[in-house]
Write a protein that binds this ligand. Structure first.
Ligand code: BGP
Length: 470
């Protein structure tokens, strides 16, 4: 039993616009990079949106937000994380004036949350760069993206300054290293993308993130603005010091992003990497000051799995996993998709972040993707008996409690995909995370009706007891 969750702990759930809103071209919305990435994973891009792209309809949150937020409120959510679809606000991304219909939609969503006392936690850019910015500008490789993003965030902060307090600048910012189109709107194919251009794109995103932090604090000093990184603790495959060095190098690739967001400058280890790889980051006037003066209020991260690294990769078979991949760990079991299940990894990563930075942390994604089966429950209602999901989340939350006992400041926990939505890596429905089942299948069929899973009441009790039921 865990007793230690603080009174004001923000329990809730997380989603992203492109994976659940649908209405991909309604009310003036432009196309985003997601509207041309159908089933088949990160690499598949179509010329135009195609019908087999499940994200075009998503789970129709756009029309059902009231019903869904009511269900979140019934579970007792204190916070609700979602993203704003950039191309609803600026359909092409480079306009000077926003699309009022897009802004009005989020007003309604936030008002509905606030009606139940649920705080919105908003990701400003979650894998949904306007397609025009990708095709015309090559996404974040182009410095002009900073200006477009600035216009976008200024619009959001001004419009929602009294409704939204918690903001995240980029979803899983480090994923751009591995999925440049989805994460950074970079249209150049990965095999042709030079390291110079990739790291310059990262620099632009980091500057944009600092700029957002600056503008946000100017518009409302109470804003809490965080970075968001994909966290994946890495273990050495063996105690061989060479494997430990491989682990250290893998860690640094990830820490780079939080190091700059929190410490406000490029760390020494990356300068060595840049020198070795002939990378020369172009700093515009004022970049260094922006990074130094506008560091984040907190670090948020996703955590699904840990991984292992080795100095002798030829000896092992690479495993599957959340974007970053890695090698299988013989001590861990994996989900059907090969993501290694490691609750203690969450304890480790919370402690590692806190030891390194001593600023508050927010777990904004965690959960188990699984195939669910709708069955008739004892009360005659259709449900899913998802004990596997309950076990996964229970074990992870116990570890969060332990980290809190160690003194780690954890602001909250938003489980991923609190309502079933389209999976990012497979672009299909059958990999589900929710407490709420949505009747939609991989072929696009289904009524879109919602059903409470067994985990719905389990999570409700966790929140009601502030974690003591774990
Ligand atoms: C994270 C993304 C989410 C999400 C989640 C689960 O990397 O931020 O958008 O989808 O992973 O991934 P998947 O849907 O591939 O199982």
């Amino acid at each position: 039993m865990v007793k230690k969750f603080p009174e004001n702990f923000l329990w809730g759930g997380a989603t992203a616009a492109n994976q659940y809103e649908g209405a991909y071209d309604a009310d003036g919305k432009g196309w985003s990079v997601q509207d041309v990435t159908p089933k088949g994973g990160f690499g598949v891009v179509t010329e135009e949106p195609t019908e087999d792209n499940l994200k075009l309809v998503g789970i129709d949150f756009y029309n059902r937000y009231k019903e869904d937020i009511k269900l979140f409120a019934e579970m007792g959510f204190k916070v609700y994380r979602t993203s704003i679809a950039w191309s609803r606000i600026f359909p092409k991304g480079d306009e000077s004036e926003p699309n009022e219909a897009g802004l009005a939609f989020y007003d309604k969503v936030f008002d509905e949350c606030l009606k139940y006392g649920i705080e919105p936690l908003i990701t400003i850019s979650h894998y949904e760069t306007p397609l025009h910015l990708a095709r015309e500008y090559d996404g974040w490789t182009n410095r002009q993206l900073i200006d477009f993003y600035e216009n976008y965030v200024r619009t959001l902060f001004t419009r929602y300054k009294d409704k939204v307090k918690y903001w995240l600048t980029f979803n899983e910012i480090n994923s751009v290293l591995h999925a440049p189109f989805m994460s950074g709107g970079i249209a150049t194919p990965p095999e042709k993308l030079s390291k110079q251009d990739l790291y310059q794109a990262i620099h632009h995103e980091l500057v944009a993130s600092a700029l957002a932090t600056k503008i946000g604090h100017e518009i409302n000093p109470d804003f809490q603005i965080g970075c968001m990184v994909l966290a994946m603790p890495t273990y050495p495959m063996t105690p061989n010091p060479d494997d430990v060095v491989a682990k250290l190098e893998a860690d640094r690739q990830n820490y780079l992003f939080s190091d700059i967001h929190v410490r406000g400058k490029y760390p020494s280890y990356i300068k060595k990497y840049f020198a070795d790889n002939n990378i020369e980051i172009q700093f515009a006037e004022g970049d260094a000051e922006l990074l130094a003066e506008h560091t984040v209020d907190f670090i948020s991260f996703s955590y699904y799995m840990s991984t292992t690294e080795t100095a002798t990769p030829e000896k092992y078979e690479r495993g599957r996993g959340n974007i970053l991949g890695g090698f299988p760990n013989p001590y861990l079991e994996a989900s059907e998709w090969g993501w290694q299940i490691d609750p203690k990894g969450l304890y480790i990563v919370l402690n590692e972040f806190y030891d390194r930075y001593q600023i508050p942390l927010f777990i904004v994604e965690n959960g188990l993707g699984a195939v669910d089966k709708l069955v008739e429950g004892d009360d005659g209602e259709l449900t899913v008996i998802d004990d596997y999901r309950i076990d996964y989340m229970n074990d992870h939350l116990v570890q969060v409690g332990k980290a809190i006992e160690d003194g780690v400041e954890v602001m909250g926990y938003t489980s991923w995909g609190c309502i079933d939505l389209v999976s990012a890596s497979t672009a299909q429905m059958s990999k589900r995370y929710g407490f709420i089942y949505v009747d939609r299948n991989d072929d696009g069929s289904g009524s879109l009706d919602r059903y409470k899973k067994k985990s719905f009441n389990w999570y409700k009790e966790v929140i009601e007891t502030n974690g003591t039921s774990l």
